[in-house]
Design a protein around this ligand. Structure first.
Ligand code: FES
Ligand SMILES: [Fe+2]
Length: 387
């Protein structure tokens, strides 16, 4: 479809800015336009705290994996000095990408001319540079990108001037600290790439209006006694109070509840979207989490998993009972995968138009407005990874 003349004119979004009971959805081009996507890359993904997954993926010094944040190649490494780092995966000689995949190493050797870097990114070997004048390896280390951790998740930020991660998360700890998230363990992840915009999947994860239709055969009947939405920080949350866990299919029995839970966490489930790409449902016995990795305007890679306290994982019946959790995810998640691609197809039609939100979708409204606050900001200059 053709973009309107200036898709960054705030007047085009006046109806999205209204209260939810009067609001329209984001216009379809927000999910299909290359220009809108590029602006999201500049103002959201390279400026916000972007999760690159669980720290338990690299538990030992020397462990690393290559990872791309909106196409920008990074190395996430547990340094031999014990520190977790994100390094630019681009050689300081002539720019080659240095590593692929994952593993354990004492150093990174560039596949082109063998420049050698240690796990802190310092240049340790540059054979053939002996006769180059005024060359000091000190000035040619791999660029060190900001990496901070919370709840066992690693987050990177390509903007040197961004607020720190704790400030980004606002009051989130007051809601979820009793889960002991940094110690939870997962054993299985599902990775899938979908033909949809990243917001399509995120919005789906934060509304229950679709449950009676999309999940009529799986998790439709969610009884609850209380529900509210909120969040002060770069996140939004639905808190629901209910009996039992939300992580197994109706009628199935799961593990004992997490013993440390307090307050609302002990009475139900916190559905949280940390902007821009970490989503989790923290319920009474486990935390289901979802990384949403935008690859292109209409392609998104998801990593979906569930994690439990160590004492649950250590139970003799863990392998048997955890199958009930996997069964629930394997039934409900593909229903969301399918509807996300169906929605993207329709959004890409030149006949698609902005729609109206239900009052059952307050966080779809929150997401739309959070995105607009960044994409339409007058100071949307590209972020700088290095000062
Ligand atoms: S590009 Fe890496 S050593 Fe030449
Ligand atoms: Fe769903």
């Amino acid at each position: 479809m053709h973009d309107p003349i200036d898709i960054f004119d705030p007047a085009l979004y006046a109806a999205v800015r209204r209260p939810v009971d009067e609001a329209e959805t984001l216009p379809p081009w927000c999910y299909t336009s290359e220009a809108f996507w590029r602006r999201e890359v500049e103002t959201i993904f390279t400026r916000g705290w972007y999760t690159v997954g669980r720290a338990e993926r690299i538990p030992n010094p020397g462990d690393y994996f290559a990872f791309e944040v909106v196409g920008i190649p990074l190395i996430i490494v547990h340094g031999l000095d014990g520190r977790l780092r994100a390094l630019s995966n681009s050689c300081r000689h002539r720019g080659a990408k240095i590593v692929e995949g994952d593993g354990n190493t004492r150093s990174f050797r560039c596949p082109y001319h063998s420049w050698l870097y240690d796990t802190a990114g310092c240049l340790r070997g540059a054979g053939g540079m002996e006769h180059s004048k005024n060359f000091s390896p000190d000035g040619y280390g791999l660029l060190d990108i900001r990496l901070e951790s919370w709840g066992g998740f690693m987050f990177v930020n390509l903007d040197r001037n961004a607020m720190d991660l704790r400030t980004w998360l606002g009051d989130l700890d007051t809601r979820v600290s009793s889960y002991g998230m940094d110690k939870l363990k997962g054993k299985r992840s599902t990775v899938v790439t979908l033909n949809c915009n990243w917001k399509v999947y995120m919005e789906n994860a934060m509304e229950e209006y679709h449950l009676p239709t999309v999940h009529r055969a799986s998790i439709n009947k969610l009884e609850m006694t209380h529900r509210e939405e909120g969040g002060r920080g770069q996140y939004c949350v639905i808190v629901e109070e209910h009996e039992g866990t939300r992580a197994v299919l109706p009628g199935e029995k799961g593990f004992p509840f997490i013993r440390t839970l307090e307050g609302a966490a002990a009475r139900g489930t916190n559905y949280v979207q940390i902007y821009p790409n970490l989503n989790f449902a923290a319920t009474k016995d486990c935390v289901i989490w979802l990384e949403i990795h935008p690859l292109a305007v209409d392609r998104t890679r998801l990593v979906l998993s569930v994690m439990f306290p160590e004492e649950t994982v250590a139970r003799p019946d863990f392998d048997e009972v955890v199958e009930r959790y996997y069964r629930r995810l394997d039934k409900s998640a593909p229903e969301d995968f399918a509807i996300a691609e169906v929605q993207q197809k329709g959004l890409a039609s030149p006949l698609a138009r902005a729609g109206r939100l239900s009052t059952e979708e307050p966080l779809v409204h929150h997401i739309a407005n959070w995105v607009l606050d960044r994409v339409l900001a007058p100071s949307s200059k590209p972020a700088r990874a290095v000062a």
